[in-house]
Write a protein that binds this ligand. Structure first.
Ligand SMILES: Nc1nc(=O)c2c([nH]1)NC[C@@H]1CN(c3ccc(C(=O)N[C@@H](CCC(=O)O)C(=O)O)cc3)C=[N+]21
Length: 285
């Protein structure tokens, strides 16, 4: 048996095409969706992602700009900029690229973004809304994964799901979304005693650990759906996920590749959240 591959790149393209009409409608009403991405420092990987985000917006007729600060910038300068963008009616989404340099108080910066413009879904108000089951902005990566389940016709209700990783950005919101969809959810992490015991009984495994090829075929139940959220750069420059793709391909029922899996979907859902923000502001949602 060989697993069916859920093609994130193709799904991302399909969704982005479908967004164009919404962007056009909004623009005609004087609400062209606008996203600002703030980048502090010059991490090369972050620069690639930020460029992909900005270009993704522009390609479907949205407005987007990036603001880049030196890595030593004073936090107050960034907070002042966020306050200015919060008040700017032409901007619907504000994203501060993470991680921030160590002298930053990440939580303080994220809370400074107006909840209505928090297209990452990291603000406490949006985290709370998601956990109460009435989400406003869903964090882009887990949101993209839910769309991939939809595309793969994965019915989550009653399924055993294991999330590996407990970050605020992926693991926790992913677990919330799976719970809300009716799955029985186990969240594993670095302190979990017998990881394989958990993953082997799972119908769905979502790997978000940040360790290259960490999930191997022997950890997977035959026929399971395996979602790879990891993006690791190997010494030879190639990208690889948290899942040993070749090893799991023969065991899994469905699997996502890296690159071309969850990554492009993350950016797509960022566009979706920004369009949603503009639609709310325009009163058409
Ligand atoms: N506030 C904030 N929000 C984020 O959403 C956020 C962040 N900070 N910090 C960094 C991570 C990482 N991230 C990725 C998005 C797309 C790809 C992506 O499109 N990857 C391509 C490959 C890109 C390449 O070639 O490097 C793929 O998987 O096919 C990867 C990583 C968003 N993040």
């Amino acid at each position: 048996m060989t697993a069916q591959i859920i093609d994130g790149k193709a799904l991302a393209e399909e969704l982005r095409q479908s967004f164009k009409a919404r962007v056009e409608t909004l623009t005609a009403k004087g609400h062209q969706p606008g996203l600002v991405v703030i980048l502090v420092g010059e991490d090369p990987a972050s620069q690639v992602y930020v460029k992909n985000k900005v270009n993704g917006c522009l390609a479907i007729g949205m407005h987007s700009e990036k603001i880049v600060y030196d890595k030593d910038v004073d936090q107050q300068v960034v907070l002042d900029k966020i306050a200015e963008l919060n008040a700017d009616p032409s901007i619907h989404g504000i994203l501060v690229q993470l991680p921030l340099p160590r002298h930053f108080d990440e939580e303080k910066v994220l809370e400074a973004i107006s909840a209505e413009k928090d297209v990452d879904g990291f603000h406490a108000e949006n985290v709370g809304a998601l956990s109460q089951g009435s989400p406003r902005f869903i964090p882009c990566t887990p949101y993209g994964v839910m769309k991939m389940f939809e595309k793969g016709n994965v019915d989550l209700s009653g399924q055993e799901a294991v999330v590996i990783g407990r970050s605020n950005i992926v693991g926790k919101p992913m677990a919330m979304l799976l719970i809300n969809a009716g799955a029985t959810v186990t969240v594993c992490h670095s302190k979990t005693r017998d990881l394989k015991f958990h993953t082997r009984r799972a119908d769905i495994v979502v790997a978000a650990v940040g360790k290259p090829k960490f999930v191997t075929g022997d950890m997977i139940k035959p026929g399971a759906v395996v979602i790879d959220v990891g993006i690791n750069r190997l010494p030879d420059g190639k990208l690889c996920g948290d899942v040993d793709f070749d090893d799991c391909l023969a065991v899994a029922g469905q699997i996502t590749p890296v690159p071309g899996g969850v990554g492009p979907m993350t950016i797509t859902m960022l566009l979706a959240n920004t369009i949603e923000a503009a639609e709310r502001k325009a009163g058409i949602r």
